[in-house]
Design a protein around this ligand. Structure first.
Ligand SMILES: NC(=O)c1ccc[n+]([C@@H]2O[C@H](COP(=O)([O-])OP(=O)(O)OC[C@H]3O[C@@H](n4cnc5c(N)ncnc54)[C@H](OP(=O)(O)O)[C@@H]3O)[C@@H](O)[C@H]2O)c1
Length: 217
């Protein structure tokens, strides 16, 4: 697939690199320095290049939105027409100092994003794990037990695209349902961040849901 990265920081830079190494064509965009985008493209070592948000979105099978909540309007404006596009968002609706959610309970960042681009197909994914774990998960891809990654959205085709990217990154996709479930997944990330950044074990943290088969006693 061709993947446009809108926001090439901790999340976008790493996920773009992983997608390129998994064989996708990647365009890194939206950083404060073009040099940084070019460096990311070079170091990704796959089919990757640097571009503008407009170039990243053009012809893309999916775009990854990975910017601070305060930059969403700006990057969307620069990306141009996203009608019909799959937007995979890991962006959380955090306040300016990243201490709390500015949207919660009755809506979510993913749903508000979807209202901004009503003709695009928004899937919330990748936002529930810290960036620090991404390369580790990708490198451990061949292990039998993969970590889970929840995703949600309203368009089945867009969700299939997201699930493929989740699998390519080394996670087991867990379909959490429609986009409104982001009301639960976004605050869940604050728990993950607490464990990752305030816990004893460090931020290289992923999670795994397990189901147990019903047994007749
Ligand atoms: N980091 C995590 O572990 C994590 C985990 C889950 C969810 N999230 C969410 O994912 C989203 C991205 O987080 P992140 O940690 O990847 O953020 P980040 O490292 O700050 O990356 C944001 C990107 O936006 C670019 N940017 C910011 N202001 C800009 C401007 N004025 N013009 C052009 N580019 C600009 C940054 O440029 P520079 O590269 O020049 O700084 C950077 O490439 C956020 O919504 C966050 O809440 C993050």
């Amino acid at each position: 697939m061709r993947i446009g990265i809108l926001g090439s920081g901790l999340m976008g830079g790493k996920l773009g690199t992983i997608f390129a190494r998994a064989g996708h064509e990647v365009v890194f965009s939206y950083a404060r320095s073009t040099q940084k985008l070019k460096r990311l493209a070079r170091k990704a070592k796959g089919n990757a290049q640097a571009g503008t948000p407009d170039e990243a979105a053009r012809g893309a099978d999916a775009v990854l939105l990975a910017v601070h909540w305060s930059r969403v309007d700006d990057v969307l404006k620069q990306a141009g027409n996203l009608s019909g596009k799959v937007i995979v968002t890991c962006s959380l609706p955090m306040n300016a100092d990243d201490t709390g959610l500015v949207i919660a309970h009755t809506s979510s960042g993913a749903e508000e994003l979807s209202k901004k681009v009503p003709r695009a197909h928004v899937v919330s994914a990748f936002g529930t794990v810290p960036s620090e774990v991404l390369f580790h998960v990708f490198e451990a891809k061949r292990r039998a037990k993969r970590p889970s990654l929840v995703y949600c959205g309203d368009d089945e085709g867009a969700k299939e695209v997201a699930a493929e990217l989740i699998r390519d990154a080394g996670f087991e996709p867990v379909d959490a349902g429609p986009l409104r479930i982001a009301r639960y997944t976004e605050p869940f990330t604050l728990l993950i961040a607490q464990l990752a950044y305030e816990g004893a074990g460090g931020p290289e943290l992923a999670y795994r849901f397990e189901r147990f088969a019903k047994q007749v006693r």
